[in-house]
Design a protein around this ligand. Structure first.
Ligand code: NAI
Ligand code: A1CAB
Length: 275
């Protein structure tokens, strides 16, 4: 459990889910502070529990041991430049969840070398079922690493990578990953309808199958290739379908798609640094 005081700069969707997870895991509300300019978002956050929500980022920083940066990537530069002086003085652990903003760029904008953990979460964090990759720069202590891990574990799985560049691969696998599974579900649902099921039946069967398959893969100790083989009866229906996926080059297509996502993550980081 985290005993430090945690401040959030930005109180939108991702911040709200992390705060929800922290409260559910037993972090007291009076250890959580949020700086959020939008009044409606502040009201939503306040409904989560007895936390301190306001519009003043400086007040959040002056009272926090850990500062979670949960603003959009495009505003990170102006936010960090405007908060550089209090952050340089107080030197909290910074945890950034912004996609594509490197620790090097953040320290350039801050004009110092502060302890930063950069994370790549994904949207299932909204249901506390997220998968997050984390990278710590050299200024992060072991205690701070544990604190950052515990904060992201409040919304699901948290996995460390050793090199910052690996966060681009995390983005390609789990950051964007929910969309790949949604695409597969869309396609299965549409095919079910073409084969004569009504839309609702096709939808329910598809979604429950996705859930069941994910649970079997996560909860057992059998690897996914073996689980696939167990569904595939010799000369049966699954064998026909899998054969057609393989003939269509599904594995190569997945590799190409993830490589494209990895390359785009690198491009986005360069675009943000060049701003
Ligand atoms: N939603 C997603 O799928 C994922 C989001 N992320 C990252 O999480 C971060 C937040 O994303 P969301 O929560 O979805 O966005 P959001 O738009 O819901 O939240 C951002 C919040 O920052 C506030 N804000 C703007 N300027 C501010 C300032 N100067 N000071 C304090 N707060 C300010 C906005 O009012 C807004 O409430 C982004 O950087 C995004 O890259 C990462 C992975 C997945
Ligand atoms: O599509 C994107 O660029 C972001 C990063 C991972 C998920 N959404």
């Amino acid at each position: 459990m985290i005993s430090a005081t945690i401040g959030f700069i930005g109180g939108g969707n991702m911040a709200a889910s992390i705060i929800g997870g922290l409260l559910a895991s037993g972090v007291p509300g009076n250890h959580i502070r949020v700086g959020e300019p939008n009044a409606k978002s502040r009201d939503k956050l306040q409904a989560l529990g007895d936390i301190q929500v306001g519009a003043d980022n400086d007040a959040v920083i002056s009272q926090s041991d850990i500062v979670v940066l949960a603003v959009k990537p495009q505003v990170m530069r102006s936010v960090l430049e405007s908060l550089a002086t209090p952050l340089r003085e107080r030197r909290p652990l910074l945890i950034s969840i912004a996609a594509g903003v490197t620790t090097g760029a953040m320290n350039d904008w801050l004009g110092d070398n502060l302890a930063i953990v950069r994370c790549m979460p994904n949207t299932p964090a909204l249901l506390q079922s997220g998968a997050t990759g984390l990278f710590a720069n050299a200024a992060v202590s072991d205690t701070q690493r544990q604190q950052a891990g515990a904060i992201l574990e409040a919304v699901g799985l948290a996995v460390w990578v050793e090199k910052e560049v690996q966060l681009d691969a995390v983005t390609a696998v789990s950051g964007s990953g929910p969309a790949y599974f949604f695409l597969m579900m869309e396609a299965m649902q549409a095919s079910g309808e073409k084969l004569g099921l009504d839309a609702d039946t096709a939808r329910q069967l598809t979604l429950q199958t996705a859930l069941g398959a994910a649970r079997m893969a996560l909860e057992g100790d059998v690897d996914v290739a073996e689980l696939r083989r167990r569904v595939t009866s010799p000369n049966g229906t699954t064998e026909r379908a899998i054969g057609l996926f393989e003939q269509g080059g599904l594995r190569q297509l997945v590799e190409q798609a993830l490589t494209g996502a990895r390359d785009r993550a690198d491009e986005l980081a360069k675009e943000l640094e060049g701003e």
